[in-house]
Write a protein that binds this ligand. Structure first.
Ligand code: ADP
Length: 392
């Protein structure tokens, strides 16, 4: 009897323990189920965002295979997800619409933004982002934002400016010759005062012609019609010719104008002399314009076997720090510059940058307000003439 009672108690205790374990297990199961539901809800949320994302989206996994393509990207490239998923970039080349984007994606940088023409009537802004979890690379994400409309508006604007500039150039040229004939006395002798006024009109007209020419150059750059004729040249020869035109102007402003040339002969560079001259002219022109009387402007040429540099240093008003990031933008004029020179167009440095970059070079500057500015053009020494010419 005693033994029986003990056995019964032990069974009851074990049953109770089992019951507790079952309850604990059930709890755990419930927790797992809840976690699974949460994870699924999260996945659905992400899937919904990707599906409804109004930009095209591609995600490549760390092995370089396409992991995600959203419906918008399918539409942009005119392909089906099931045909593209799992393919590498090299394999995706089979879709002609993807070719231009894949070429850009092969560039090394982790994050960048580029314009890409996907189809005749579709231009996108491509953003490449390297995804990382902590420090581990998780693949790359590529976003395609439709900018076709913006590009079209830009094109129409450029076309309008180009047309207007052309129309303005003809009457301005006519005015130029008439003013010159008048001031040279072709239609009768003039008094000094009359001559002086004509001179002013002539100079204003010249400034307007310069502005129109700048505008035409800008429109040509934007329409891809700015043609380069590169020849192997000594940069010092180009600088010598340009500098000559500014000696008189600097003297009139009481500016000490110095030129420092390298002691040794530099290697030749493949350049369009006319365009590079225009770029250097713009820098010297600015240096003299934005430097007060009795200041200094120094043009120097240095180089190595790899590159040549032309610097224009001045002791002028400088560019305010807060505005320095906009210097190469179209129509940019710093606030301090506007007070001393009301006529600038803000197109000069935009042209300089475009010309120099078309030569695979770069232009940069350092500037301190009220102390001075140095602009430097760096051009690569190219030996592969044939290879370089393909670019132009
Ligand atoms: P512009 O001289 O016709 O205004 P640029 O494109 O040549 O146009 O120059 C853009 C602006 O950059 C100028 O208006 C001026 O504010 C600033 N800038 C350029 N060069 C200098 C310089 N050497 N010193 C000070 N400011 C400069």
């Amino acid at each position: 009897m005693e033994k029986e009672t003990r056995t019964t108690r032990s069974i009851i205790a074990r049953t109770q323990r089992l019951e507790e374990m079952r309850a604990a297990l059930l709890n755990m199961l419930e927790d797992t189920e809840e976690a699974r539901r949460d994870a699924e809800a999260e996945r659905n949320k992400i899937q919904t965002i990707i599906t409804n994302f109004s930009d095209g989206l591609l995600v490549f996994n760390p092995n370089g295979r396409l992991d995600v393509i959203n419906p918008h990207a399918e539409k942009i490239f005119g392909i089906q997800a099931e045909d593209a998923l799992g393919l590498t970039k090299e394999e995706l080349v089979r879709f002609p619409t993807m070719m231009a984007s894949l070429k850009i994606l092969n560039e090394k940088e982790d994050v960048f933004r580029r314009e890409v023409l996907i189809q005749e009537t579709f231009v996108a802004e491509l953003t490449k982002i390297q995804i990382r979890l902590g420090r581990t690379p998780m693949g790359i994400m590529v976003i395609f934002h439709d900018i076709t409309r913006e590009k079209e508006i830009e094109r129409l604007k450029t076309e309008f400016v180009s047309l207007t500039a052309h129309q303005l150039r003809t009457p301005l040229s006519a005015i130029k010759w008439i003013l010159r004939a008048l001031s040279e006395g072709d239609v009768g002798e003039l008094e000094a005062k009359q001559k002086d006024m004509l001179e002013k009109a002539y100079n204003s007209n010249e400034r307007m012609i310069d502005l129109i020419n700048d505008l035409l150059n800008v429109t040509k750059i934007e329409e891809g019609r700015y043609l380069y004729q590169p020849v192997l040249s000594h940069i010092t020869d180009v600088v010598n010719v340009v500098v000559k035109d500014y000696i008189e102007l600097a003297k009139r402003k009481d500016i000490v104008f110095k030129v420092q040339k390298p002691l040794r002969k530099l290697p030749r560079v493949l350049i369009d002399k006319e365009k590079i001259s225009l770029a250097i002219q713009n820098l010297i022109d600015n240096a003299i314009k934005y430097t007060p009387r009795k200041g200094t402007v120094t043009v120097s040429v240095v180089g190595s076997s790899k590159e040549v540099k032309v610097s224009v240093q001045d002791s002028g008003m400088g560019i305010p720090k807060a505005q320095q990031n906009r210097v190469f933008g179209k129509f940019f004029r710093a606030t301090n510059a506007q007070t001393v020179d009301t006529e600038g167009s803000g197109l000069g440095l935009y042209l300089v940058k475009n010309i120099v970059e078309a030569h695979d070079g770069k232009v940069d500057f350092i500037s301190t307000a009220q102390k001075g500015t140095t602009f430097t053009i760096t051009l690569p020494v190219k030996e592969e003439v044939g290879e370089f010419l393909k670019k132009f």
